[in-house]
Design a protein around this ligand. Structure first.
Ligand code: 3MF
Ligand code: MG
Length: 343
């Protein structure tokens, strides 16, 4: 049976700042973070474009090429691979009201150009996958944009990116809100529908983050099932979320173990491990955590995932089938709970 491969982004080891307070931990140097990957059983590194090439917008293509190649060497030396590159479009002042869907044509051009550079970086790092978290593609008030036009702009942007590189695959990471009041492409259904409007639907898919699905009031496992049914689950950001509040990125399974079990079950049913795609984490350490232990949330999330793989594989098939045949879902539910509670 194929083994799962795990990834996380360097931003998952962070200084603990939140909107109400400054950093509380020293910065862990990038090289030191890379050293933690293998040690904790991770092989894939998730990148923003500027995680790979700092201040990417100020650099010439030659310089980008030089720095991305140096990063690739650093990865090779540590036995790591880049899982994906994502353009960080939400921090530049020109993108204050969005990029691809901005009303300002200059902002739209900027977003597409920066994303093309991110694709170049992905190619240099040896990955075909670009993740698009559409952070500011949306509105604070509905009257500020025309959603019909916005979705058309988004389709045009996706087409330009697909045309920029024949091998690039675009995985949209849906999220319903934050930082916007309402985001465009809030669910995987929207992302899959968008894919079919592009010039090459086979190269547009999705990444599902557990917390984002929960914020949309949806079940992450079912969102994954929808993507898998369309062959479009190209990555996941596993984490957890305690109710409908800000995006918490809590450790996987830490709030709702049964929901986590069902996400793992869905990946097992979909044969996800055999696809070779990564089980990505997008988890934050608690603000209270000391710097020496500010990576434990990653290790713990991976451990919970693997324990749940075992729980899924050892769940008695006969009981499941019998309960389904009898339409006795109360018994099925109890069997699941007993299985999860058993030592
Ligand atoms: C925000 C996110 C992002 C994306 C990341 C890669 C900072 O809620 O989940 O994390 O995952 O930009 O796409
Ligand atoms: Mg994420």
């Amino acid at each position: 049976m194929a083994d799962y491969r795990f990834s996380f982004g360097p931003w998952n080891i962070h200084e603990g700042a939140d909107p109400f307070g400054p950093p509380v931990r020293a910065t862990v140097e990038f090289g030191q973070k890379l050293g933690l990957y293998r040690q904790m059983g991770f092989e894939g590194v998730q990148f923003h474009d500027d995680d790979a090439v700092a201040n990417v917008e100020e650099k010439s293509f030659d310089q980008i090429q030089k720095e991305a190649s140096a990063m690739k060497k650093l990865l090779d030396d540590q036995g790591l691979v880049a899982e994906f590159v994502a353009p960080r479009l939400w921090e530049t002042p020109l993108g204050v009201d969005g990029g691809y869907t901005a009303n300002d044509p200059a902002a739209r051009r900027w977003a597409i150009e920066r994303s093309k550079r991110a694709i170049d970086i992905a190619n240099l790092l040896g990955t075909n996958l670009m993740v698009l978290w559409l952070a500011r593609e949306g509105t604070y008030i509905r009257e500020s944009k025309n959603a019909i036009e916005a979705y058309h702009h988004l389709r045009d942007a996706l087409n330009q990116l697909l045309e920029h590189s024949p091998q690039i695959e675009l995985a949209i990471e849906p999220k319903p809100n934050e930082p916007m009041d309402q985001a465009y492409v809030p669910t995987i259904g929207h992302a899959v529908a968008m894919s079919y409007q592009t010039c090459d639907p086979r190269r547009v898919g999705g990444l599902i983050e557990s917390a984002h699905a929960l914020l949309a009031g949806l079940d992450p496992a079912d969102e994954m099932g929808f993507a898998l049914a369309h062959d479009k689950l190209w990555s996941v950001h596993l984490n957890d979320q305690n109710g409908l509040k800000f995006d918490q990125d809590k450790s996987f399974g830490s709030v709702n173990l049964r929901c986590a079990f069902n996400q793992v079950r869905m990946l097992e049913l979909g044969g996800y491990a055999q696809t070779g795609r990564f089980v990505g984490l997008d988890v934050k350490a608690m603000r209270t955590q000391k710097v020496e232990q500010a990576h434990l949330h990653l290790q713990n999330s991976r451990a919970v995932f693997l324990t749940l793989v075992d729980k899924v594989r050892t769940f008695p098939q006969e009981i499941q089938q019998q309960c389904v045949a009898d339409r006795n879902y109360e018994a099925l539910e109890m069997a699941v709970l007993e299985h999860l509670l058993a030592k």
